[in-house]
Design a protein around this ligand. Structure first.
Ligand SMILES: [Zn+2]
Length: 98
């Protein structure tokens, strides 16, 4: 379970386009083989910990702790649904899916 601070950080990154808002093209999961930071919460993913790698169609990779990857996917879906809702209400919604 993620704390609120991490959730806020991941949501903010998705909104600012730091993390891709487009659903990943490929997803890999497995044990981490080298120590590196999580693109979601910025905290390290240690060797031997489970991690998730998502790759966009443009070949942009992001690495996550499992919980962070899960939250990012959930938030991405919610943000896209909000845009759809705005458009369905006759509004105009613009989000750069970079
Ligand atoms: Zn993380």
């Amino acid at each position: 379970m993620l704390d609120d601070e991490k959730r806020h950080l991941i949501r903010d990154k998705l909104l600012r386009g730091v993390l891709p808002l487009t659903p990943p093209h490929k997803v890999y999961g497995g044990k981490c083989s080298r120590h590196h930071p999580c693109d979601g919460c910025n905290e390290p993913i240690g060797v031997g910990e489970y991690e998730l790698e998502t790759v966009t169609a443009e070949k942009v990779s992001s690495f996550y702790h499992l919980a962070c990857g899960h939250y990012a996917a959930e938030t991405r879906g919610r943000l896209l649904a909000q845009h759809l809702h705005t458009v369905e209400q006759g509004g105009f919604s613009e989000q750069s899916f970079s």
